[in-house]
Design a protein. Structure first.
Length: 306
């Protein structure tokens, strides 16, 4: 498995030898059970093995591109209403495992759930999140540059518009309620403007916002969202590229600095045991301690921009 991942990475590196210095490619969650493009979509269990492989892949990818740090699109304007720095936290890749999703709902701050379509507990988690006053968004699988399977419901570059839109609608209607969308993988698809236009037209029609996970330095998603009047914001920091307590704290601290500097920051993590335990430990009393307020991601996506 590792050899295959490394081989794919080598191909990616060869194809992208000149990345922008301040941006990163991060497909943040390789699918360890369906690396073959020919394999049928598989449900990824949230097992220690799956976690380990995912983390390994993230470490490899980020080793090649470095950490993304950039200002969020539009969000600074919405923060002007308050002088208190705000932090939006999203946990991606939910839907396979109920107990981990439930822990996100029960976090002592409004952490946003990004739920994969066509997964075992997607509908249950979205319903329970809504009942608890939390926000659930669709974690939309998209084609990545390494030809790893993004999982069921993925959007691919070679789909004609009819197939693309039918697949997208199948995902948007798969579970509810949702208020927005972010991308799962997508380091290839988000660079394609026509496909991002198709996506944003659908989101505009449904009044959904978009969070660009920025898995490619060349992402067109935020630009397309802006043009189509879709409220949007972009990820600043990935919380759990590495799962040691020191690395988690360091990434979290970078997000706090970003929030203080720009007024807002968007932090994305994954449902690893270490990540959830870290957030459960660090979130209580955060605002009193650090002066940064955790808010639902819906509050950061540029109100008044629709
Ligand atoms: Zn993901």
């Amino acid at each position: 498995m590792k050899r295959i991942a490394l081989g794919l990475l080598a191909l990616m590196l060869a194809a992208c030898s000149d990345p922008a210095p301040e941006t990163a490619v991060n497909d943040e969650s390789p699918d360890p059970v369906s690396e073959s493009a020919d394999a049928p979509p598989a449900v990824r269990p949230a097992t220690p093995d799956a976690d380990r492989l995912r983390v390994e892949w993230m470490r490899i990818e980020h080793g090649g591109w470095g950490q993304a740090e950039h200002k969020p699109a539009l969000a600074s304007e919405s923060a002007e209403a308050s002088d208190r720095p705000t932090l939006g936290i999203i946990i991606d890749d939910l839907g396979h495992n109920y107990s981990r999703g439930r822990r996100v709902i029960d976090m002592p701050a409004p952490v946003t759930l990004a739920i994969l379509p066509h997964t075992a507990v997607a509908a249950r988690l979205a319903k329970e999140a809504n009942a608890a006053g939390r926000i659930a968004i669709l974690h939309l699988p998209m084609q990545n540059g390494a030809n790893l399977s993004p999982g069921p419901g993925a959007l691919f570059a070679d789909m004609d518009r009819e197939t693309f839109s039918a697949t997208l609608r199948g995902n948007l209607d798969d579970f509810g309620p949702i208020v927005g969308v972010n991308n799962h993988m997508g380091s290839l698809l988000t660079t394609l403007r026509p496909q991002m236009n198709w996506l944003m037209e659908e989101l505009r029609g449904r009044d959904l916002f978009f969070v660009d996970s920025r898995t490619s330095a060349q992402t067109q998603a935020a630009v397309a969202a802006q043009e189509h009047g879709v409220a949007h914001v972009s990820r600043n920091v990935f919380l759990d590229n590495e799962l040691t307590p020191q690395a988690l704290q360091s990434a979290f601290d970078r997000a706090l600095v970003e929030a203080r500097t720009n007024g807002v920051a968007v932090l994305i993590g994954h449902p690893h045991e270490q990540t959830l335990a870290f957030l459960e430990q660090v979130l209580p009393g955060l605002e009193q301690r650090e002066g940064v307020q955790v808010v639902a991601i819906g509050e950061l996506v540029g109100q008044g921009k629709r």
